[in-house]
Design a protein around this ligand. Structure first.
Ligand SMILES: CC(C)(COP(=O)(O)OP(=O)(O)OC[C@H]1O[C@@H](n2cnc3c(N)ncnc32)[C@H](O)[C@@H]1OP(=O)(O)O)[C@@H](O)C(=O)NCCC(=O)NCCS
Length: 170
């Protein structure tokens, strides 16, 4: 399974109408700020280009058997604090529940530690996003706190669970 997963810095050639559908899929965006954003093909290509030019965020496409299935973003990179945030999704739901994101997070932990030389990664997760919580915890992310009613998704408030991983301790 792991051998089939690749991460590549995303380029706009992968953005097409099928991919755009991910951003309008209510299950995919259930616990994501993307449900509050507007998307079209040009905007999404421009976003990908902007990420390529940025020094403070790295947008990786997730590829399974060379098929593009989702994204993982390393953002808010602080060169002072040596920290960065991760956020991620698998847009093609046929690939959910196969351990892919657990493996992808593991790969990103290695990028953050070995290439970016960071000290810490963090992620904020809606309290009911059990699959995401499990993928983080399986990668040894520690629950650092809870922000009460910090997120508003689909007409409901959710607590945000803040997770962190110290990279120099594993
Ligand atoms: C959350 C998400 C990234 C998980 O990716 P995934 O590749 O399906 O996750 P994994 O297969 O690695 O599963 C992680 C674990 O969660 C478990 N899990 C999945 N759904 C679950 C649920 N509803 N309740 C409890 N556990 C669940 C899996 O069984 C697995 O645990 P296991 O390995 O012990 O069996 C994916 O569902 C997704 O893209 N969701 C929409 C976007 C999103 O929510 N992004 C995260 C925002 S913080």
């Amino acid at each position: 399974m792991n051998d089939n997963i690749r991460l590549k810095i995303l380029t706009e050639k992968y953005i097409n109408n099928d991919v755009l559908k991910w951003y309008f899929d209510k299950e995919v965006t259930r616990f994501s700020d993307n449900q509050h954003r507007k998307f079209n093909l040009n905007m999404q290509k421009q976003y990908v280009k902007n990420c390529q030019l940025s020094n403070s965020r790295f947008l990786h496409g997730i590829f399974f058997d060379n098929t593009y299935i989702g994204n993982i973003l390393i953002s808010n990179i602080s060169n002072y604090h040596k920290t960065a945030e991760i956020s991620y999704f698998i847009g093609d739901k046929r690939y959910w529940g196969k351990g892919i994101m657990t493996t992808v997070i593991k790969m990103v932990v290695h990028i953050a530690k070995d290439s970016l030389k960071l000290n810490k990664l963090y992620a904020g997760v809606a309290s009911e996003n059990y699959a995401s919580i499990k993928a983080l915890e399986k990668n040894n992310f520690i629950k650092e706190g809870k922000r009460i009613q910090h997120l508003y998704y689909n007409s409901k408030y959710y607590d945000q669970i803040d997770y962190g991983l110290l990279l120099n301790y594993f």
